[in-house]
Design a protein around this ligand. Sequence first.
Ligand SMILES: [Zn+2]
Length: 381
Amino acid sequence: MSEETTTAHGPFDLVIRGQRILTTAGITAREVGVRKGVIVAIEPLGNGLQGTEIIELGDDETLIPGLVDTHVHVNEPGRTEWEGFASATRAAAAGGVTTIIDMPLNSIPPTTNVEGLKLKREVAEDQAFVDVGFWGGAIPGNKKDLRPLHDEGVFGFKCFLLHSGVDEFPHLDADEMEEDMAELKSFDSLMIVHAEDSHAIDHAPHPGGAHYSTFLASRPRGAENKAIAEVIERARWTGARAHILHLSSSDALPMIASAKRDGVHLTVETCPHYLTLMAEEIPDGATAYKCCPPIREASNRELLWQGLQDGTIDCIVSDHSPSTLDLKDLENGDFAVAWGGSPRCSWALSDLDRSPAPRHHPGAGGFLDVREACRLGPPAQ
Ligand SMILES: [Zn+2]
């Protein structure tokens, strides 16, 4: 929305009036005119825009722009029973999200060539309740597919630096990632990285059993820190744009800030669960909380909030990644067995609203700031 977006007084298909309308001027009293699904007028409350349908908001209701969630796994085709486009986009709409960007893995086939992308688009077309865009995937051996996927409209390419969780989406080593980054640099695309280091995870304790602390130890901060250091240096060497997905380890914030100061083209996201939950409160056996990288300690969480407030972290995304209930192994509660993902996009915003952020950052607006951080996903650099 823009304050400049004004036009004649109507009639509009829809007019929304309220005391709390979020625009570029902040939260103000406004009337919003909509024609053919597009906002064409934003005027001061009282100007009397006329519409076929008029919605008067209550004093405690706030109208905000639709959110963009750039980290959503829709597993259709192939694993539609985990999550398909109809359910994912309904969940997004319920959470105030009007655009999702779909991750390239967990569907079969994955989005690692143009054929896979076309298949995704075909199945999404008649089912989507919100706008849908697509990430491509960078896996061993598909360098030749990156440019065609870019030309077909993917927003960038995801790679893993350790096993992805599904065999049909193998991971890259750091040298392979660098090669692909150099390729992406040639057409100014973006590499988005699941940054946990394979060797570090191999040397960590086994996650077996019901203790959350054991699972946490199996995904140490060091694995994230090491992988993020690789992403930073390879982005520095190639000049490519890179994005760190779902940052959990606050240890990495200083080196991220340093790389940004150096002019490395780097952006970073984190997720509501890392900002609102803490390892100390996760009960043993509660595999619903399993995600990778893991939810860490309260002290780590506070530092992530600081990283968000000082701009080291650029945005908040959901990492919506459902599975069927049986895959979460809820009866046994074994963290080694359970799928590492959860449905998130329908309540990401309400989770953040209940967060303690404003308490820790009294100078910030809290409510407004959180929406700004959720708004864009990986920003243009
Ligand atoms: Zn994900």
